[in-house]
Design a binder for this molecule. Structure first.
Ligand SMILES: [Zn+2]
Length: 82
């Protein structure tokens, strides 16, 4: 069974528990409240946070590429005129 991180909505405690996929979150380790939710690992958060920056960089690269292509095209047209 996979090991997941959970956070208690009642007391804020964090705990790990093994639950089958699709099962209800387990009760809190500290206060036994059933009001818990699954939290994603720091690694997963790091990956999510990293994505927008990468997307921006990819867009900038794509824009550079398009500019370069346009410049090449202009140069070739000029060559044709001469
Ligand atoms: Zn709790």
């Amino acid at each position: 069974m996979p090991l997941y991180d959970f956070e208690c909505n009642a007391c804020g405690a964090r705990f790990e528990a093994q639950t089958p996929a699709g099962a209800q979150p387990p009760a809190c380790d500290t206060c036994a409240s059933p009001d818990t939710r699954r939290v994603f690992s720091t690694f997963a958060l790091w990956k999510i946070n990293k994505t927008p920056g990468e997307r921006r960089r990819n867009e900038a690269e794509r824009r550079d590429f398009k500019e370069r292509k346009r410049e090449e095209h202009r140069r070739e047209q000029r060559k044709g005129d001469a």
